[in-house]
Design a protein. Sequence first.
Length: 205
Amino acid sequence: METTLSRIDVLVLSSLARAPMHGYELKLELRYKHVRWWAKCEHGHLYAALKRLESRGLILGEARARGQRRRRVFAITAEGSRALHDALVQLAGAEDRTYFDVDLFMAAAFTLDRAEAVRLLEERAALLEAQRARAHELREQMGNYVPAAGRLIMDHRVDHLEREAAYARTAAEALRLERAWGSHLRDERIVDFVARTGVPLEPDD
């Protein structure tokens, strides 16, 4: 059986570990947790996740009366609890594998005009500073309605945005002051560069 859980799988299973819920309740819980903001999860992917988790036997859905209506209520299964446990153990023990889009930009910035690259980074810094201000405001608004884990997630995100804005400012200044502009390798063939320098290479898996 497939064992890998996506981000939204983990969020759904952990919500259902708290209490059985129908789809709308789960969506409200995801919105309450602001998962788009820090977990890169879209609420619109919820129903596909429910279908996938049910097909794997990790949750079980059954029609139940909820208020004036009968709704399909989902509950985590024993197999789902084991899968969630294993996923959390893996998450806690994993090396950091965060990929920053700005690093992809930096790797290819030499293809732009220097002034444009600097301007784009300065604009990114301003964007992140505005994001950080909104995040700080949300943290202040949500502070009394979330447990310690929620406050720590919000603090982590605010701190992250502060660091990323500072990085963009630093990067803009570094590119502005770079003595030469263009590819570090210039026209040298990569095979020649590697042979000449003996530079360490990423393992060829």
